[in-house]
Structure formats: C-alpha cells, structure tokens
Write a protein that binds this ligand. Structure first.
Ligand code: G3P
Ligand code: CA
Length: 247
C-alpha cells in the first residue's frame, strides 16, 4: 500500500537522494530522486582541506567510500580518486559531488533543496561560502532551506542572510538533554525537523503554535508515515519516498 499526500502542501523529501537504492549523496541517488515527483531533495555538506563544499554525510569517508580519512584532511582533487559506492549498490563508480555540481544538477528540476550543514563549528566560513555559491549559481532562493543540528549556526546565518528559509534539526539526545524552546527557534527558523520518534500531538501543536513546520526524519515505512500524518506533520524525510508515497 502506498500513501497519498494528505494535502497539497505536504512535502515528500528524498533523504540523501534515493539512498536505499543508490549510493547515498551521489549523483546517482540525487538524480534518481529528482526524477521522481518528490518535493525536496535532502543533502549533507562538509568542507575539504582546500575549502570546497562536498555532499557527504559523515565527517570521514570511511563508511561510504573505498578510502579512509577525514574530509577536512583531503583536497577535492584527493577525494576525486575514491569511489563513494562502498555499499556496492550496483556495479557503478560514484565520485564525490561538489556543492557547485549539486546546485547545477538540482537547478534543472523544480524541487526544493534541503541542505544540512554538518558540524558547522569545525568549518570556519562554511555558511558564507554556501550562500555565495547559491547566489553565484542564481539558484532560486525560494527553493532553498538550510538546516542544521547546530542551532546557534542557524541563528547566526539567519541574522546575516534573513531572506532564506531555515530549519533546526532535533535529535533524541538533544531533545532529552534540553527540551527546545519553539518560540525561540521560530525567531530565526521556519522548520523544526525532529527524529520521528520524538513526534506526538503535543510536539506538533507546540511547533505549529510557534508557526514552525515539522518535517520528521527518517521515515522508511508506510505505517509510521501514516501515524505521523495523523499527528499533523507537514512532510516526511525518507530514504524510500517512492516506495511509501504514490508520487
Ligand atoms: O534531514 C534530516 C536528517 O538527515 C538528519 O539526520 O544523520 O541523516 O543527517 P542525518
Ligand atoms: Ca542529513
């Protein structure tokens, strides 16, 4: 059984591309997602030693490539040598993608790019560089959302560039350490995107009362998606959006 979007504004988001079928955060996974009737593509960003922004989830290349080491210790040229299909999803070579390449690819499709900035405190100027690239590519601002688990990074960048949409990610650990102040978050963000296990009626009500939309991650079965929809969420971030939803 596949679900229908409960309303027109409901957002179906491909997490790291169609990442269950293709190597995550690679052109194959992004392109496969962009070719579907999804609403947003989620990507993760880190920065190389020579200041290039690249699409990858982890701080190191160990899990997703045939190499070893931290992104911050490689130049882009170094990284180009590795195959980011460590999970062997098909017999394919999958090079790392720069943010420039991702913007060029995504610009051709009418989708929103949900950009997660990983560990921004480790990469001086990552925010400014990212914005520069978005502007340089003339990427439609209304199709960009920047999100991070680092609330102070989002607060800071929103202060400098208030005309873009932002989201704050909430992990289980962060939530139980200190319950987020939704009214404070709403001062600088439009979305509060939690681990789906944190979502209940109260969570959604508090977010909506503060004017924040809720996009839970990472929902990989229709039953869970259905329950969350009944709780009033605004979209779903999934590795298999095409299997859960009738697109
Ligand atoms: O977009 C939300 C989700 O991607 C956050 O968790 O670890 O998959 O980046 P993670
Ligand atoms: Ca992510």
């Amino acid at each position: 059984m596949k679900l229908l979007r409960p309303n027109k504004s409901f957002q179906v988001i491909a997490h790291r591309g169609l990442s269950q079928r293709y190597p995550e955060n690679t052109k194959l996974a992004y392109q496969a997602a962009l070719s579907q009737h999804i609403d947003m593509l989620e990507i993760d960003l880190h920065m190389t030693k020579d200041g290039m922004l690249v699409g990858i989830h982890d701080e190191s290349i160990d899990r997703t490539s045939n190499g070893k080491g931290a992104i911050k210790d490689f130049t882009l040229e170094d990284l180009r040598v590795f195959n980011f299909n460590a999970q062997m999803k098909g017999d394919i070579d999958a090079p790392i993608m720069t943010f420039d390449e991702i913007l060029t690819l995504c610009k051709n499709y009418s989708k929103t790019l949900l950009i997660e900035v990983k560990k921004p405190s480790k990469y001086p100027n990552i925010g400014a560089l990212m914005i520069q690239k978005i502007i340089h590519h003339d990427f439609p601002i209304n199709r960009i959302i920047i999100q991070s688990f680092d609330q102070s990074f989002i607060k800071e960048i929103q202060h400098q560039v208030p005309y873009i949409h932002y989201g704050v990610l909430i992990s289980k650990r962060k939530y139980w350490l200190k319950q987020p102040d939704f009214c404070d978050i709403a001062e600088y963000a439009d979305y509060v995107n939690p681990n789906y296990q944190l979502v209940n009626k109260k969570f959604v009500k508090r977010a909506h009362d503060a004017n924040l939309k809720v996009l839970p991650y990472t929902v990989n079965d229709a039953q869970t998606a259905k329950k969350l929809i009944q709780l009033g969420i605004d979209g779903v971030i999934s590795d298999i959006p095409d299997e859960i939803f009738k697109l």
